[in-house]
Design a binder for this molecule. Structure first.
Ligand code: TNX
Length: 516
């Protein structure tokens, strides 16, 4: 009897239910629809939690910020006060940093019952990801920024969730077309809903330079004054960049800055004549391939300033030096260049990241290469194996799976097709452990790049990102054992109501059974 009474508490329910249980009673309601799929989720028949005007968010000490974040999400739509407090009562939402260390850096436990909501993690990132899951259990109108009518009911569940990969990334090309801070922050809000933890910013390319560098003012002011479709361009001040880094941290996202070298540098060379071998600055938007002048010492003085300032502004471990498509740089120059730029990155206390072509240099074991080859591409795979032999980590961004600028199909009005059309199912149906044979142990995660060579508007960015990015997020987060297109497409379809409320412009792919 005593045992029974004790077992009315939420934590006892959790203990009882984290054991692997099959819950397939014939009258069980349909599964809960969360993206990415948690590693373990059990629905609790007959259990549900309803937010009330008096509900409190109990989050003390290090949990308080995440509590405030959750309150900020839910106050506008519910109109409830949702105070963040140190103590509470049954019926409250409790965020607890005392979760077991076995949950790791990003894992969490979430138990939703009629008695309350219990969130436990070992880190604030874990609490944050529990909030993202809990959010998806509430009605989509909870995302609204104006007061809506309830009820605010979440299905009863017991979740224990940890990520498959540490690196779950998105990339935004702000060089081909510039997007101001507010839009980058909007992107951060949307990607963190799917537990993406890395945003790589492609800050420079032939068409534009987007970050102000002290001592080299023309890079941003002149090199940033236009874009790939001859629009007005723009750039981030260092304070803008700090704000992006701060906002990203509040969403548990690490910013990775990329300065693309030794190719893709027309905007820089147009800004400073001394960065050219002949001392003559090309015009902005000069057509054709560009290359830094590898023998010139000023090239490295300039890079030391750029990388040094970015390293000081960036709390993350990595500085990305690009390294792709250096078709105007000889192989010998390329190798010399990568070795020197690696020394510069290391001298500023950061690790080197670049597209997988950087493996042509003599990289140290701390470097990470981003694989952007397509399926079965022998040359690219050979470089991935070089990475593996060196102990370099690999981030997988296969162009025929993760490139968000590829058209969905022949009818897509914008985008590219050089890597083929990438439907929603194409983007979802692959496994990072087998995509490049023989490198599974070195894969640290996945990243979906959104190149903006051929489209300029924020509407375009969202339309190409959604609904494909959540698929990459799921591949990065969820265990391979849960991977199922048939199941995923239904869970993805349920996201549409949320995007409608959030005002996201997404592509209504006919492959997905859209709810709402
Ligand atoms: C290849 S991927 C590029 C980018 C383009 C993209 C367009 C990579 C490392 N280089 O410069 O924007 O294709 O799809």
């Amino acid at each position: 009897m005593v045992r029974k009474l004790l077992c009315l508490t939420v934590s006892c329910l959790a203990v009882a239910l984290f054991a692997p249980v099959a819950v397939a009673a014939p009258d069980t309601p349909p599964p809960v629809r969360v993206v990415p799929q948690p590693s373990s989720i059990v629905t609790l028949p007959g259990q549900a939690f309803t937010l009330r005007p008096t509900t409190r968010i109990v989050a003390s000490g290090g949990a308080a910020d995440t509590g405030q974040y959750l309150a900020g999400l839910l106050r506008p739509s519910t109109g409830y006060r949702l105070p963040v407090t140190n103590t509470g009562l049954p019926g409250d939402i409790r965020l607890d940093l005392g979760g077991p260390s076995s949950l790791g850096d990003e894992g969490y436990r979430l138990t939703v019952t009629a008695v309350g909501v219990e969130i436990a993690a070992h880190t604030t990132a874990g609490l944050f990801y529990a909030v993202q899951t809990f959010r998806q259990l509430l009605p989509a109108k909870a995302e609204a920024r104006t007061v809506q009518s309830g009820p605010w009911t979440a299905r009863g569940v017991a979740v224990r969730d940890t990520p498959r990969y540490a690196w779950r990334g998105a990339m935004l090309d702000v060089a081909r077309h510039f997007f101001p801070v507010a839009q980058v922050e909007n992107y951060l809000d949307l990607i963190s809903l799917y537990k993406i933890n890395t945003l790589h910013l492609h800050l420079s390319d032939n068409d534009g330079w987007r970050i102000d560098i002290n001592g080299w003012p023309r890079l941003a002011r002149y090199g940033g004054s236009t874009d790939a479709t001859r629009g007005p361009g723009g750039f981030y001040t260092q304070d803008d960049y700090r704000e992006i880094v701060r906002y990203a941290a509040s969403r548990h996202v690490t910013i990775i800055p990329e300065i693309d070298t030794p190719g893709h540098v027309t905007a820089a060379q147009a800004s400073y004549a001394e960065l050219n071998c002949d001392g003559v600055a090309p015009p902005l938007l000069n057509p054709g391939w560009s290359s830094l002048c590898v023998p010139l010492e000023v090239t490295y003085k300039w890079l030391d300033d750029v990388i040094g300032q970015l390293a000081a502004l960036t709390p993350g471990d990595y500085i990305d030096i690009g390294g792709d498509e250096a078709v105007n740089t000889s192989p010998a120059d390329y190798k010399y260049f990568i070795d020197r730029v690696q020394q510069i990155v290391l001298s500023h206390g950061k690790k080197l990241l670049g597209w997988h072509q950087i493996e042509a240099g003599d990289l140290t074991g701390t470097a990470t290469a981003q694989y952007w080859g397509t399926a079965g591409s022998a040359d690219d795979e050979a470089l991935a194996r070089v990475a593996q032999q060196r102990g370099n980590k690999l981030v997988l961004s296969p162009a025929d799976k993760t490139y968000l600028d590829m058209k969905y199909d022949a009818s897509t009005p914008i985008g590219q097709d050089w890597a083929g059309y990438t439907s929603v199912s194409d983007g979802y149906d692959w496994d990072p452990a087998t995509f490049v044979p023989g490198v599974a142990d070195d894969v640290t995660g996945v990243e979906a790049p959104l190149w903006t060579d051929v489209f300029p508007t924020w509407h375009d960015v969202e339309y190409m990102t959604f609904p494909r990015l959540p698929g990459i997020a799921e591949i990065g987060w969820s265990p391979a054992s849960t991977h199922s297109w048939a199941d995923y497409r239904v869970r993805l379809g349920a996201q549409a109501q949320r995007w409608d409320v959030l005002g996201v412009s997404y592509y209504r792919s006919p492959e997905v059974p859209w709810a709402g």
